[in-house]
Design a protein. Sequence first.
Length: 642
Amino acid sequence: MSVYKIRLGIPEPFVPTRFAPPSRLPVEERGPEALPSCLAGLTYSVSTRGVKITLPVDNSISLYGFGLQLKSFRQNGKKKTIRPNADPKSDSGDSHAPVPFLVTTAGFGLFVDTARYCDFYCNLSPKPAAKPQNAAERMDMNDMIGGNAGGELLVEIPVARGVDLYCFTGDTVLDVVSQYNLFSGGGCMPPLWGLGNFYRCDMTFRDEQILELAKRFRELDIPCDVIGLEPGWQTHAYSCSYRWDSQRFPNPAETVAELKKDGFHVNLWEHAFTHPTAEKYEEMLPYAGDYLVWNGLVPDFSLEEAGKLFAEMQKPLMDMGVDGFKLDECDGSDFTGGWTFPNCASFPSGMDGEQYHSLFGLLYAKTMEKALGNTRTLSQVRNMGALAASYPFVLYSDLYGHREFLTGLVNAGFAGLLWSPEVRHAENAEDLLRRIQSVIFSPQSLVNAFYLPNHPWVQHDCVEGARELFRLRMSLLPYLYTAFYDYHTAGKPPVRALVCDYQNEKEAHDCSTQWLFGDHLIVAPLIYPEKERDVWLPPGEWYDFFTGEKLKGGTHHVVTDGIPVYVKGGTLLPFAQPVEHLVPDTRFDITLRAYGDCKAAVCRLVEDDGETHSASYRLLEVTTERYETDSFRYRVAGVEQY
Ligand code: GAL
């Protein structure tokens, strides 16, 4: 496994690596004359259009990536434009979090270090030097469309006079992706509470309504760790004043304290466009771009001064105990009214609008994480880009197709991104439960009820079903926490497509409706109104998570109201008694579920303070024979054979 850097021409000064945390892996620099073997045949040229790179790519390999793609999985044959966008309605590449990083099943991945809206053509056919010998004389209808022999990957980077390429090699897609994440600084480590259930309230709510709604969680015995407030908490939200609306929240410090007393963490919605009534507006003027959005300044977060001023506006909120933020609208839209700064905007750092657009969400998240200091968070952001793995911000969207949301989930894992198929309204109870089934097996179990006055499970009369699912999330928290630890230390995405681990199986290459949740579980959800589906399991022994039924690798037809989840044979899975919410000294009561022969199996549990960056981690390894620990976090009661 290696990381290579190849410099082509003269790169631009504003590129993702400039703002990324230091790589956790050594990088070997190579000139274009000494390319690593996986890039054999690469060409590049610079013209008035920018940089053009070509690479011969064997059609039998599969290509994945480009960040959060909601419309397609395997990218062979596609043209993708890496351009941030709030309403990615077609399969053009536009995305909340597009990333110029491509992963292949041929043992390598390619990252193009640019903040330009570059194009990737994933299967072009350059013209031959001479007429092919076997050119067909007669064209029938089948030849009229398609028929491209292909074989060339082409990347076009506008404006630039050069670019750095980074090539990651490894035996499996998972190796390649893990290297990319370590190069990005390693995956983020969320607080334990960040993996609990998260509910965002109706944006018209005032203080009492929020408290009432939060209290209902405890009455209904539905676990919940985080309450999110939507735009209505501010005096002015589009653009943002970052000041509490005193009509709705006459005493915000008390409201936050009350929520915290009941065991909720508090997350506030905002965006970066700074309204004239915001405290630091005047001081921010010299550190903002030359165009307003919604009458607000666009701070240039690449400048320390802008970050500092912005953080000062957030400080009173953090001092109150707010420990998370939803960083909305930083993606901009070309499809819904064009509410963003222009591509030719200029920012005081020297960046133009196009470059800043590609780096905006990332720099915003970085600013907010720094402002939070030693406090860990798992928050939200609507735009991310390259080298984002270390930022504890989960992506979301206003598109609401369940299928698209799941496509986002499998794709995000290829590019160091976290994504939540958040739950909002539903057609009926069945639809709601299907969506909850998916979200609890994602990086963030998020219900975004910003336009729903009631808990949706109360509205649809399915409290019991919802409770059971949210409790299941809590039972899997210790397992998921270990998966995040592996993301943090080894770069392994906690949620990922099956092709990451099983690229030698042909079936895995198009398997976009199932995913790995940690190393040991395969999740295969159903989408309302489906009642049945086919599930593909890789070769080997698998067990139904719920019933323990033993299954062989291959395709299985499943009919169920529940969510199909399978455990790899030989797994010792920690299953906790669900708690209502986390507290700093939560001690999980765990049963080890042994699926199949677990004589040699090891269950790994991570112990730390669960909430600060300065925490020291201790990795516990328990087995069926030796499971008693002195851990303050886990008490292992025993083993249950499945
Ligand atoms: C949208 C966002 C939604 C919600 C809404 C409130 O931009 O995607 O999740 O926060 O704003 O106005």
